[in-house]
Design a protein around this ligand. Structure first.
Ligand code: TTP
Ligand code: CA
Ligand code: CA
Length: 693
């Protein structure tokens, strides 16, 4: 650890004092800290990552002493190795027999599994032999992950000061800015102002502090031109406060739940994440602003968040280097030319330690998946159905936790993916809005989809089967059905002051709101849109982060399937892939579209005072903004009706398709509540309605 900076006051007339009388930061910049602004130069972000997470879960569950080597086994592979076992040279690549030779006292605990026919997962003895009839359950780890997350939220001040983003099953980002701001003002009332001349662009006074006590933190070495004798400025003080907060959080996790974790504290997510991995286990690393370049230059850029996958490979191939140092020499124009404007600029900033991505506290799940790979492949409907039973039970227990029984949240679609050779195909069906979601209903839908796959004649031999639910939304609670909100046609328009058909005749020139997104070069926009969804790991129950890899073939097969099944066609960037969303993007967008011609049937949701309006591109008319959700729900209900009407029993399924056109790929996700699958975008010119099953 480096020694803390010292600070002495000298004569007020010396030039040194004049230099340091002012901080580099202004009153205005300080005020943006309170709002957790992503452009604030004083912001403090932390990344917390559990040490050897699954292994710790098993140690806590079994009461294993902290120095006992333990690894978590999945069939014939190891997927998590605790730190005492790592001392023996064990890692995920080491085969179990080898691991036991290297470390004879190693405990190999197999993950919990669902056994065919059982109503719940359990820890079964000898389950590693049962790959053919059992399916891995990650529920125990998911549950521990939730307990830890809940504790973190309890320790921190309430929202909006608290900003916590779950990034994967064992990691979170914390935006500590607002809390740090509060503490700064408490400890240094001088910062309350007012600014000289009431001018917020005035610089703050320097911190009246002589030394910062970094306690047991690992401090990253300073940049070349900096020395520890340089006086601290407010960014250093802010980091110190952030570091205290993180220490408290980590202590609480250990005291209450007996888990150790590591953390990184810095000015943004990218640096914080690199920091948490810097000194594992059980320690925290602070990367002060004055140490950023030094810290980053020691890395391969492929270690940086979002550069671990295909994008990183592309950059290595293009610029013939994998180091940050090497890439720093490439001018921004070349980066842009090679990678597109957005990617190029993003990369240019990131390797210079800049990252303005926000800590996103959304925690709601958007999809859930349960899957299994088969070795050997399965060949009959009956066997497939038995697995569907397990998938449904697995997913339903998670649905219950999501509040589906109380209708707090509900999924809109069910998707079945099945792999035959290298081909993964999908079938999708809507979940009827009117009915309660229960296990039997999901099982019936799933069976139907499998029956359709079988009827297509391309189901067997099946190497992988998965079931996912998508399009989760807040359910309607209380007794207001959709129709309770609706008033019809001209009456509604009159009340809203919306012009009738006679005077707004043709189509408007204004593009509908959801068409106004900037269309970029199709790479990074797509990439980031998807990352954005996936970094809120809790939105999906396939908790993966971009470092997730499978070192061991045997472990790989099952982990991939139990957590996540990217069809081969989707294995390019974006690095995370949501099968549910993919099927949406592939689906025909042409069902039951309401056209301007029949719009007098369109109900409008009335609000007594209409202030803001939005333009519904399907009705081609403005509506009160506050009613967007309900209105889109109405479209959704209509679409389902239309589907029910004009399709046979097989109508809900879609044939596997070629990749969707770029413009309809997943960056269209999340545009609006109530938008049914396949309605995300309109048909491209020349795109036909797709034949059903
Ligand atoms: P990681 O955080 O990558 O690893 P870890 O927590 O085991 O170890 P570290 O102390 O280095 O952070 O992954 C979290 C859990 O995810 C891990 O305990 C097991 C699971 N996992 C797999 O099942 N397969 C994998 O390839 C990886 C990387 C993780
Ligand atoms: Ca971890
Ligand atoms: Ca992790």
């Amino acid at each position: 650890m480096s020694s803390p900076p010292s600070f002495t006051f000298s004569s007020p007339t010396s030039s040194a004092t004049r230099r340091r009388r002012k901080s580099a930061f202004t009153y205005k910049q300080l005020s943006t800290l309170a709002a957790s602004s992503t452009s604030c130069p004083l912001r403090v972000i932390a990344h917390v990552d559990l040490d050897a997470f699954y292994a710790q879960c098993e140690m806590v569950r079994l009461g294993v002493p902290p120095d006992q080597p333990l690894a978590v086994q999945q069939w014939q592979g190891l997927i998590a190795i605790n730190y005492p076992a790592r001392k023996f040279g064990l890692n995920r690549h080491v085969p179990i027999t080898e691991a036991k030779k290297l470390c004879p006292e190693l405990i190999c605990q197999h993950v919990a599994t669902w056994r065919e026919g059982d109503a719940k997962w359990a820890y079964h003895e000898d389950s590693f032999k049962e790959m053919a009839t059992h399916k891995v359950s990650l529920d125990p780890y998911r549950l521990e992950s939730r307990r830890i997350l809940a504790l973190i939220k309890e320790v921190l001040p309430a929202a909006p000061v608290q900003r916590v983003e779950k990034a994967s099953i064992d990691e979170v980002f914390l935006d500590l800015s607002a809390q740090v701001y509060r503490t700064l003002l408490e400890r240094y009332p001088i910062l309350k102002g007012p600014a000289p001349y009431d001018d917020p662009t005035e610089h703050l006074p320097r911190p009246p502090t002589t030394a910062l006590d970094w306690a047991a933190d690992a401090l990253v070495d300073l940049d070349k031109e900096e020395t520890e004798e340089d006086e601290p400025d407010w960014d250093d003080v802010a980091m110190l406060i952030g570091s205290e907060i993180v220490r408290n959080v980590r202590n609480a996790i250990f005291e209450k739940l007996k888990y150790t974790c590591s953390a990184g504290i810095s000015r943004n997510k990218m640096l914080a994440k690199l920091g948490s991995a810097h000194q594992k286990p059980n320690s925290q690393t602070v990367i002060r602003n004055r140490a950023v370049q030094q810290f980053l230059s020691s890395f391969k850029f492929t270690k940086i968040r979002n550069l671990g996958g295909k994008l990183g490979d592309e950059v290595v191939a293009a610029f013939k280097t994998d180091t940050v140092q090497g890439l720093l020499e490439v001018p921004i124009e070349r980066l842009k030319k090679q990678l597109g404007d957005d990617t190029g600029s993003w990369l240019y900033s990131v390797i210079r330690g800049e990252d303005t991505s926000e800590v996103n506290p959304r925690t709601q799940i958007k999809s859930m998946l349960s899957a299994k790979s088969f070795r050997p492949s399965i060949n009959s409907f009956e066997v497939g159905v038995r697995w569907l039973r397990i998938f449904v039970a697995d997913i339903f227990s998670r649905l219950v936790e999501e509040g589906v029984l109380e209708n707090k949240r509900r999924p809109k679609t069910v998707n079945l993916h099945h792999r035959q050779g290298a081909q993964t195909r999908s079938k999708q069906a809507p979940i009827s809005m009117g009915k309660a979601v229960d296990e039997d209903m999901l099982f019936d839908l799933a069976k139907n989809l499998l029956a359709q796959a079988v009827a297509d004649g391309r189901a067997w031999p099946c190497a992988n089967l998965s079931l996912s639910l998508g399009g989760f939304e807040d359910g309607i609670t209380g007794n207001k059905g959709i129709s309770g909100f609706l008033v019809r046609g001209d009456e509604a328009r009159a009340m809203l002051g919306v012009p009738g058909e006679s005077n707004d005749g043709g189509r408007t020139e204004t593009p509908p709101l959801n068409k106004r997104r900037k269309v970029d070069d199709g790479r990074i926009g797509k990439f980031f849109a998807t990352r954005h969804e996936s970094t809120g790991g809790s939105e999906r129950e396939h908790e993966l982060d971009d470092e997730f890899y499978q070192p061991n073939e045997t472990a790989a097969v099952e982990e991939e399937q139990d957590a996540f099944v990217p069809p081969p066609s989707a294995q390019r960037s974006p690095p995370s892939f949501d099968p549910a969303e993919s099927s949406k993007a592939q689906k025909s967008p042409d069902t039951g579209q309401t056209t301007p011609a029949n719009r007098e049937d369109v109900p409008v949701i009335l609000h007594p005072r209409v202030i803001d309006s939005y333009f519904c591109d399907r009705c081609q008319q403005p509506l009160p903004a506050a009613s967007t959700g309900e209105h889109e729900d109405w479209h959704f209900a209509k679409d389902l009706q239309a589907q029910d009407r004009d399709s046979s029993a097989e109508s809900a399924a879609v044939r596997p398709l070629q990749p969707a056109p770029r413009s309809s790929m997943p960056h269209n996700k999340g545009r609006g509540r109530g938008r049914p699958p396949g309605q995300t975008v309109r048909a491209e010119k020349g795109q036909k309605r797709l034949a059903f099953g």
